[in-house]
Design a protein around this ligand. Structure first.
Ligand SMILES: C[S@@+](CC[C@H](N)C(=O)[O-])C[C@H]1O[C@@H](n2cnc3c(N)ncnc32)[C@H](O)[C@@H]1O
Length: 274
């Protein structure tokens, strides 16, 4: 188990797919030879995509396009239940190899021959050491094959609610502190993940592009917004800066506006090509 349930990943799926920056998705597809740009066609055979922290296969769904069924997907996650769900949904229509393993054992990641390494909503959970080691490994394969990295939906630390509440900033600060907690790979980068990824990739010689990919949540996302509010309140419950009464008031106000208000949660998408 990873702490990410199928239910939560289902709840956020529509917002995630809407949020991805379209032009980086298009360029990722082009790099895989699926968007008609002759300069970026893979040399031969089926392109291999390695999705890190694949969950139920959200990136596979995001990159669905004419011809994408000839891709070979290597889905890597330590949560067997999420991988089983990805196989249940897509195993009949895609060529999928599933790897139940810990991403932090970088040397054992199945990157051999990969045209593209992908991840979504992952790097903010990870440490600086993980990102640096992964980028080093991606750069080191360059003599043998060319691998790009498409990392979508890295949380950037911003959340804007409408209507506003006096304690939004205090709750956000406490939440961002919680995002930097050790999630099993050392202190997580949280909101700094996107910037860290960009500088490591640039330093390693990749051509890097970024684009904003916020969740824009309104009335149709009320179930997700309610789960988000409850999750944030639980995450910051032990924060020294917020007493229980203030937090309870904030939670109550937010839940009361979940169907009538709106919310924007900032993310950054990163595409790095050799
Ligand atoms: C926020 S979920 C994102 C899942 C999917 N990429 C998506 O966008 O819906 C993070 C995923 O990373 C996986 N994960 C986190 N840390 C991991 C680790 N150290 N090794 C393997 N998988 C990990 C979790 O099990 C989970 O599936």
């Amino acid at each position: 188990m990873s702490g990410f349930s199928v239910e939560w990943l289902n709840l956020r799926e529509a917002a995630d797919q809407r949020a991805r920056a379209p032009h980086l998705r298009e360029q990722a597809l082009a790099w895989l030879g699926l968007a008609g740009d002759a300069h970026t066609q893979p040399q031969a055979g089926e392109a291999i995509v390695v999705d890190l922290g694949a969950g139920t296969g959200s990136t596979l769904r995001a990159l669905a396009a004419p011809g994408s069924q000839r891709l070979v997907w290597r889905l890597v996650d330590h949560d067997g239940a999420l991988l089983d769900e990805a196989l249940r949904r897509h195993g009949k229509h895609y060529r999928i190899e599933d790897y139940q393993s810990d991403l932090t054992v970088i040397g054992e990641l199945p990157l051999g021959g990969a045209r593209l390494v992908t991840a979504s909503a992952l790097f903010d959970l990870m440490s600086a050491a993980f990102i640096e080691a992964l980028v080093l490994r991606l750069a080191s394969v360059r003599g043998s094959w060319a691998s790009g990295l498409y990392a979508a939906l890295n949380y950037d630390g911003t959340t804007v609610w409408d209507p506003p509440h006096a304690d939004d900033a205090a709750v956000l600060a406490a939440f961002n502190d919680d995002q930097r907690r050790d999630k099993g790979t050392g202190l997580a980068l949280g909101p700094e993940a996107g910037g860290h990824l960009v500088s490591a990739l640039t330093h390693a010689g990749f051509k890097v592009q970024t684009a904003s990919s916020p969740w824009l949540l309104g009335a149709t996302d009320a179930a997700m917004v309610e789960a988000l509010i409850t999750g944030i309140a639980a995450a910051v419950a032990v924060s020294p800066g917020l007493d229980a009464k203030r937090l309870a008031n904030w939670r109550e106000f937010r839940l009361a506006h979940a169907t009538s208000g709106s919310c924007s949660v900032g993310h950054v998408d990163v595409l790095a090509l050799p």
